[in-house]
Design a protein around this ligand. Structure first.
Ligand SMILES: Nc1nc2c(ncn2[C@@H]2O[C@H](COP(=O)(O)OP(=O)(O)OP(=O)(O)O)[C@@H](O)[C@H]2O)c(=O)[nH]1
Ligand SMILES: [Mg+2]
Length: 495
């Protein structure tokens, strides 16, 4: 039962081939996840068609949200160095574009369903999510999402999401729901506003949704708020005042300094006649753009460490939480079965004694029912009766086993959630209660020396990966031969 199903093996292969292209440092971790899967499957924690590797998002997600025509698509095109997204002053796109790397020179557009089966994307539940808010819409996932590929080196190892313009009043609930879902999945959220609107007060609802609601989230650190197109303010009498008004509007909603940026697209500059002003604008823009791009680079690094962290944590959780929890449940089950058997067989014996006395089967202390002689003198009758009695005892015992097991396993699901154990603890427990398993065995199925050794190997592997990542991202020794960078990646890292 510990072998992987065909479907999941296919997905893992797919994952490996993408990692090979985009993030080779993480490639080996898939092998370690396979080891974990084998242990978990033999314990019954995972189904053959499940894998721990597909339960975590491998690619960091950066989403770009913001008001209509704020310049979201222009910002993305500039970042990629490709004119991938259509831009314009009319609302040009009402779908979310999920943009990912592909070696192929031509950019491709694929329908939203393509996201369903690709292990890079945590979107397979998205249609269910849409279905929940708008009945019948889940099947129309293509109307909300599209997948685009682009050969930009900037895109290696990450996914960008371009979104349709945001307007709190006009949004359909399903679009709002998708926006929230995407925000939840994202590692970094860039929220763009348009400096051509000199009056932020006019968009109160939008600001409430995009700023007030996001600033109070526990993961508020992942949001960057960007006032875009500030080149347009150069024509105002007092350009600083426009920025200051936005800053105040943000500050009123609790935004602290340091996460509010002012930029404009280097590709779309309106002519600025005042040379000094132009230079000041450019300096500020370049500094802010660099900081934003650095944050975009950092999510990739953070995500790589987080994946190795998840690998190690899952291994430790099996050893330190799942296995002890199962052993404790088995002890508990044994006690309940013994008590259950004791009570039922005790009652049966008492009832037997009572009726046999009532029927006058006892002569003093000896059991002498009138049919005893016939029974003992007819072997088939004697053995037949004994077999029937044994069957009844066995049946009652198994009934007690399964009733008590059900009670314990329903509690175990809650425990697994509370302890944050990945995998199905109650299924694993059921594996231990199969008819041929004795209630006296203390070690859970699949949890032996072999499993411990595997888990130990995985934690050792994880330490090795952390070191590789450290070498790759910090390279304290300055020795390039210790890094696993390929020339193309080194190029990306420099940018
Ligand atoms: N002057 C100037 N124009 C810009 C800048 N960024 C974008 N634009 C222009 O603003 C318009 C809207 O840009 P888009 O990138 O399409 O905006 P968007 O946010 O993707 O728009 P929707 O997807 O329709 O919501 C386009 O005509 C761009 O050329 C900028 O920094 N400065
Ligand atoms: Mg756009």
């Amino acid at each position: 039962m510990s072998s992987a199903g065909k479907l999941i093996e296919g997905r893992l292969k797919h994952l490996e081939s993408h990692l090979e292209q985009e993030n080779p440092v993480l490639l080996k971790t898939v092998q370690s996840f396979r080891k974990l899967d084998r242990v978990a499957r033999s314990m019954g924690l995972l189904d053959p068609e499940d894998s721990y590797a597909t339960q975590i998002p491998w690619w960091p997600l950066i989403s770009v949200l913001g008001t209509f025509s704020a310049g979201k698509s222009t910002f993305i095109n500039h970042y990629l160095g490709h004119k991938l997204q259509r831009t314009g002053n009319q609302a040009v796109d009402d779908r979310f574009s999920v943009i990912c790397y592909s070696r192929e020179q031509n950019a491709h557009s694929l329908p939203g369903v393509a996201l369903d089966s690709d292990p890079r994307f945590p979107f397979y539940q998205m249609s269910d999510e849409i279905e929940r808010v708008a009945k019948g819409e889940g099947r129309r996932i293509d109307a909300y999402l599209q997948l685009k590929t682009c050969p930009s080196e900037q895109l290696r190892g990450k996914i960008l999401i371009d979104s349709p313009g945001f307007d709190a009043d006009a949004q359909r609930t399903s679009t709002l729901r998708i926006t929230d879902h995407i925000i939840g999945l994202s590692d970094l959220v860039l929220v763009l506003f348009d400096a051509r609107h000199p009056e932020p007060g006019a968009m109160k609802d939008t600001l409430d949704h995009l700023v007030t609601d996001t600033i109070n989230r526990p993961d508020s650190g992942k949001f960057l708020y960007i006032l875009n197109q500030i080149d347009a303010t150069a024509r105002e009498d007092n350009p600083e005042e426009v920025v200051a008004a936005w800053q105040r509007a943000m500050g009123d909603r609790g935004l602290t300094a340091g996460r509010f940026f002012t930029i404009y697209s280097p590709d779309q500059i309106l002519p600025i006649d005042d040379e000094k002003l132009k230079e000041r604008f450019e300096r500020k823009r370049d500094a802010d753009l660099e900081e934003i791009h650095t944050r975009m680079k950092e999510v990739e690094v953070e995500r790589a460490y987080r994946i190795v962290g998840a690998l190690e944590k899952t291994a430790r959780d099996i050893e330190e939480k799942a296995a002890p929890e199962l052993s404790a449940a088995l002890q508990h089950w044994k006690k309940r079965v013994l008590w259950g058997d004791g009570i039922i067989f005790g009652l049966l014996a008492a009832a037997g004694l009572f009726f046999s006395i009532e029927l006058g089967y006892w002569q003093g202390l000896s059991f002498a029912p009138p049919w005893l002689d016939t029974l003992t003198s007819t072997p088939w009758l004697l053995y037949g009766s004994l077999i029937i009695i044994l069957f009844v005892i066995y049946g009652v015992h198994h009934l007690v086993r399964s009733v008590t097991a059900k009670g314990i396993s329903s509690k175990l699901s809650g425990r697994a959630q509370a302890l944050g154990i990945k995998g199905d603890l109650s299924k694993a427990f059921h594996r231990n209660t199969r008819p041929w398993r004795s209630i006296f065995s203390k070690t859970p199925t699949g949890w032996g020396r072999w499993a411990r050794k595997r888990l130990y190997q995985v934690t050792q592997d994880a330490d090795g990966y952390i070191q590789t990542l450290n070498d790759r991202f910090t390279n304290p020794s300055g020795d390039s031969s210790t890094t696993e960078q390929k020339p193309a990646e080194a190029e990306t890292a420099k940018q």
